[in-house]
Design a protein around this ligand. Structure first.
Ligand code: GLN
Length: 313
């Protein structure tokens, strides 16, 4: 069988299984089996597919048709222009999650001299933490996850992208084990409702449920995170969390109630749906708070030490 023929047949087969982008997925599977770049692949459409390669391509196709996400089959997923190792211990990074990284980078565009301490809560493959680390060379990042297996994947990725010294992996529940004040809390928490998860596509059921299941209304973890954030965030801090579009109202309200002094806003994804909520503390308030804190610190040397140790410069 010629390469082009396998490609066409496979595209058809994937289409029958209601897999979107069937043509691209078929091409990617075949290129993976042939270990070929795009240009070589298109130049080889008329070439006979040799039997071992065809066998491998068929096996990969079988796994895909059985509902395994493409990213797990390839062992890789691109996120924010970087290649990440993924396996069934971690959620496959989604394109819309890149918005979280955008929000954090945007925040520091006007503050290039700062050395922020950032926490990526529920890091999974480490994609968010590592993408931020690559773009903010002065940032120190905690990447937390309750799953040891997930952190092993994040470890491979932080090595791959040479940010091991600035991305610290912490196995804990949300922010629980973090001791130093945090400037930015960023998170793609599990936010599907348990029902959505059981009704979802087969691919979603291959992903770790603890990375997707947010309970009855999908907000169990987001609620806990905002509750914990109070004790960990610096006065001038920023929180950015990913949400499902229908959670916008409840999460905006939760943010306003938990942090009355903060500005709560949201951003839209490529489909024009609300996808992230940002909770930002105005700088003017923060400077006052910092001054007040500095005064209080005279009475409490321990706290002063901790705050100053984190001051930029
Ligand atoms: N965006 C994912 C989905 O709909 C859910 C991710 C999450 O729960 N954090 O598949």
């Amino acid at each position: 069988m010629r390469v082009g023929e396998w490609w066409a047949r496979t595209t058809e087969r994937l289409r029958k299984h209601v897999i979107a982008d069937a043509g691209i997925e078929a091409e990617v599977l075949l290129r993976h089996a042939m270990d070929m770049g795009r240009a070589d692949f298109f130049a080889a459409l008329d070439v006979q597919l040799d039997p071992p390669r065809k066998e491998l391509a068929d096996r990969l196709l079988q796994r895909r048709v059985a509902g395994e996400p493409l990213a797990y089959i390839l062992g890789n997923r691109e996120f924010y222009g970087l290649d990440f190792c993924v396996n069934p211990s971690v959620l496959v990074p989604r394109q819309e999650t890149e918005l979280l990284v955008d929000a954090v980078l945007e925040h520091y565009k006007e503050r290039p001299d700062q050395e922020p301490v950032i926490a990526d809560v529920g890091t999974g493959s480490g994609a968010i933490a590592i993408a931020i680390a690559r773009h903010l060379p002065r940032a120190a990042i905690y990447a937390t996850d309750s799953s040891h297996e997930a952190l092993m994947v994040a470890d491979v990725n932080r090595r791959r992208h040479s940010v091991t010294d600035r991305v610290q992996l912490v196995q804990c529940d949300l922010l629980e084990a973090l001791r130093e004040p945090i400037d930015v809390i960023v998170s793609n928490p599990p936010y599907l409702t348990t029902e959505e998860l059981t009704r979802g596509q087969p691919e979603i059921r291959r992903e770790p449920p603890h990375a997707l299941d947010g309970g009855k209304d999908g907000l169990d973890i987001t609620r806990q995170l905002l509750r914990q954030a109070r004790g960990h965030l610096r006065p001038e801090g920023l929180i950015v969390v990913e949400i499902a579009p229908q959670q916008l109202g409840p999460v905006m309200q939760m943010g306003t109630e938990a942090f009355p002094a903060a500005a709560v806003s949201f951003s839209l994804d490529l489909l024009d749906e609300p996808r992230i909520v940002s909770i930002m503390f105005p700088e003017s308030t923060s400077r006052l708070t910092r001054r007040r804190q500095a005064n209080d610190d005279h009475a409490s040397p321990d706290a002063a030490g901790e705050v100053h140790a984190l001051m930029p410069g």
